[in-house]
Design a protein around this ligand. Sequence first.
Ligand code: ATP
Length: 940
Amino acid sequence: MFWNEDINKIKENLNTDLEKGLTDKQAFNLLKQNGPNALPTSKKKSIFTMCVEHLIEPFTFVLIALLIIAAVLNKWAEVIVISLIVVLEMVLSIYQERKAMNSLDSLKKLVKENAVVIREGKKFTIDVKNLVVGDLVYLEAGMFLPADVRIIQSFNLRVNESLLTGESNLIMKTIDPIAKENLSIGDRTNMAFMSTMIAAGSGLGIVVATGKNTEIGKITKLLQDEEEPKSPLSRQITFIVRTICLFALALGIFIFCIQYLVSGNSWVDALVFTIALVVAVIPEGLSVIVTVSLSLGSRRMAKHNAIVKRLNAVETLGQVNVICSDKTGTLTENRMTVTKYFVKDEVEEEKTLKLSTLQRKLFLQCLVLDNNSSVADKKITGDPTEIALLKWAEDLKLNSNSIQKSYPRVHELPFDSERKLMSTVNKYDAKQYLFVKGAADNLLKRCTHYLIDDKKFKMTEEFKTNLIAKLQEMSDQALRVLGAAYKEIATKKPNFNNIEQMEKNLIFLGLVGMIDPPRREIKEVLVHTREAGIDTKMITGDHLNTAVAIGKELTILDNKEQALSGEQIDKLSDRVLKRDIHKYQVFARVSPQHKVRIIKALQANGNIVSMTGDGVNDAPSLKAANIGVAMGVTGTDVAKEASQVVLTDDNFLTIVDAIEEGRNIYNKLKRIICFIIITNLAQVLAITIGIFLNWGDLLSALQVLWINLIVESFLAITMSMGPNNPRLMKEKPIAKKENILRGSWKFIIYVSLITATLLIVTYKFLPLGLETSVDVEGYIYAFVFMSNAPVFYSMSFAVGRNDFMLNKMLLQNRPFLISVLIAFIINVGIVFIPGVNTAFGVEGSINFVEWICCFAIAIVPTILLELFKGFLVLIKPKVDKKMEEEFPEFAAKQKAKAEKKRKTEDKILAKKEKHDEEVDKKIEKTKAKIDKKKKKKNKK
Ligand code: ATP
């Protein structure tokens, strides 16, 4: 019962030191003794469970039914191929599912959970797993508690314990013992518990329980992993597969009837053939292909420093058309250096500061004391803004450690992105001083006096105006400007929890400006994103002028009119913000609430928004965005938890890389689906025509199954492993809610028709040309054609519609090339190896010349596809241009049509806006009426 014991007693019991913490040796032994600080996780699905799950899927069920029928009918070749399909599909899907699960798990582990501890008197950042009982651990806003701790220092430390208590009110943490035996978790206010969230403040705690011994560890024996929800793409694919299934079933019934009733085949043969055809038409391998593509993509993203926590995110990334990026650290290097300061008359170079007056002395002391970074072995660690301030002090030959020791800290009002200020209370000789530093404009509003040299003056409008001018002068040079102020605390027992009261009536000391250079590569990356149809908006907590100066340098905006401050956002209604949002590129001095409004306004205009964030208060905007991206280095646990993507290098370029990956995955899947549907459709068309013309089955059940196996299990899966196509970043983003096959149906039908026609030609007319028999060789020719044609055109699909087949991208995909080669070899083997050819029904006297002829016809669809690409890439743009030149009237008509469509859309939008406006007005009127009535009532 750590809550009712005195801190010193706990210290003794746990054999630790309240200043120096544990020794390394103690920590090592405790870790060995008690094991890592981790909660037990749920067991993975066993292979057996996965096998059973796979076997009871409808597609596998149909296959097994077919297998049994074939076995009963002694059709052993069919039995072997169907078994091969069942086993191969099962092995592949289980292997891929496991691999995807494992890689997602290991990717999640890459997002390190760290804790800052004091051991042997030094601050360390360690992996949360290595925390042991007795460790002194720092606590700050945005963190999830890394273990159960007894609080020994609390600066407005407020924790959300709803996970354990169900109560969402924040609990203010205290340090004094509570003299009660039985206390519920919610009442143990001097303790904090693993996995609960620190919402505000900061403090220090002694670890009293780790891992399964913590309160959360006791409740949850097993931490259930959340089930991965289906992505929209997976849902689309399921829809496509289901539609094809229904189509296949209808077709199956139809073909069975014709075969049995019209052609007079035995019902058994008709049934086997029908089921084989139905199975062949159903693209059962597609779901596995989607998982493979997404998990491959997520692994590739991890290599490029983006950790995707959900596979869904990979897909949404491809649709992003607006990136809302914060400035510090993402667009800039987060390497701050003080370059300017202002205390009197003019803005001066940083080197010139001399501690000749009280004002200058207090100014620097404020920046050193109101600061959480620390110097050890000449190295400064902490927040970059604060590091810059300590570094400045050290460069001016001040010993920050001795200043911090001489004026010990009594209390801290931690920095938060709402007030943009941080304060500390320090013992100052016999008195107590409050030092405040932070956003200069916010600070100025709280100052009633100012110090010049050694004299205090009452704040005047003239002084304020001059100060704002200096602030703007510094911000215009892209400097982050912080103000410093102080006051003496008169009361003996001030109410530290009343921040507003504490940070009031301050005495202004001076301004300090620091430069944070933009990342060098950003300008180039922004050109790249613009080409990709992605708009980049900068959202920052910094001053408007600083943001504009950096924005201009990075070419994010051209003039100040394209920037909006948080204050200005407050004056706009949601409707107006939505209407005008496209005019702005930079948003400055924004609070977390503003960020959410900006995202909602962008989304209301149909944009897919990616948002970056790091702070505890960024969680709502990270969740509101379509893709929340957290900073892995500087981000808080809360921000990482709320996002789908975590950047391990906090770099803007990484977001763009991830978007490129998302687009590529979508594009690959589109090509794979087209490839599978075309092959299936071509066979169905040719076979159906054959049946109608009473030619018999152009392909046997076994052959159809075999082609299905090569296409879906070999070629399509390995196709998804291909390299990315950089060209996709020169196209527009994938439209929201776009059907993956939008715009491809015509293409699918043409290519299927061509392939089906060629199949019929090979079967019916090639024997005529070669003077062989349609009834014997025709069937063999048909099989040679149809088993090889997809292998050829798979190479054309593997590179996409904008690149010709034999290019670097194809050669880079080794697994695919190997499967192409294997497919060709097996296809040859099936025709020429005695016994195998009998099983496949292609035994006969086909010679090399005949085989070459069929093989040559099998290349034709590929050649046509490549010619079509040539037309699209080389000729169409020229034809379009020529049309415009030679038939200006026609081109103008087309343009006018498009313009008319746009205008109609605009009109509809305007109408809707007007309607919204009217509704807003009505609501306001009603509100006013109700207020009036209330007032009247109150008067009465
Ligand atoms: P972004 O990364 O989005 O650009 P930011 O880092 O500029 O955000 P905040 O961290 O919220 O945004 O900082 C906003 C302002 O708060 C800064 O411009 C600065 O004036 C002030 N500020 C930042 N860090 C501190 C700090 N440690 N102490 C006091 N004030 C600070």
